[in-house]
Design a protein around this ligand. Sequence first.
Ligand code: SF4
Ligand code: SF4
Length: 278
Amino acid sequence: MIIAVASGKGGTGKTLVATGLALSLKDNVQFFDCDVEEPNASIFLKPKIEKKEIVYLPKPIVEPSHCTGCGKCAEVCQYNAIAVVKGKVLIFNELCHSCGACSLACPEKAIFEVDSEKGVLEGGRSNDIEFWQGSLKVGEAAPTPLIKALKKKVDNKKTVIIDSSPGTSCPMVEAVKDADFVILVTEPTPFGLNDLTLAIEVVRQLKIPFGVIINRCDKGDEKVELYCQENKIPILIRIPFDRKIAELYSKGIPFVTEKKEYLVKFREMFKLINKELS
Ligand code: SF4
Ligand code: SF4
């Protein structure tokens, strides 16, 4: 089973929940930190890194002597990574997703591909948990291909927990899209509700069952609760504000190691999700 932990916005406690869930289940768990622009789950899980793999992806290059300036490459690029201006091809590597469409579409075979470094994948163990993370190369602006490469390490025989990128754009979609269930972490504030509704739209489009965890549930208003009630969205766990949790988080200590009642809550939630999916 693949469970993705996502949130419409950063700072809601997504990694707190993802690492807490992984530590509650332990056996046969694979953990993926797919927040490749800012991976931080390793701070809490403290894995022993055993493998490193540099990820290279193809980058298109144009041979000007073969190019007629027809513009077909720009037409097929879904990511606006190519423009043809006054017959000259401009490639914006930061936007390129290495999909290969431009080289296939070029009638003159003027586009060829060279390998370009996108980032690094690191794998290891945190006690019983198999840990993987991706780190995007500095200066790279398209995290999706690296997330795709990271998710190739998913072992479907294991319980897979994915710590997604925050937000609701391509990296979040790439991280959650093959999940069997998505946990959306939010907070009871107007911003929390706004970003939660956007994240819900995405998982509904992807047709993935989901539930909500409300973090700092006693520090805002009731609108998130009411919204979930009205829309029949299950609230899986409510985590009240607790200074101790904040202190542990700031020290890089997973809160479930000291607040052991949450180990039980996460295990019960996991059982509930299993039941829901079976
Ligand atoms: S499709 Fe090929 S020939 Fe046409 S503009 Fe692009 S690179 Fe040049
Ligand atoms: S490889 Fe894909 S994303 Fe990159 S420039 Fe070509 S068509 Fe666009």
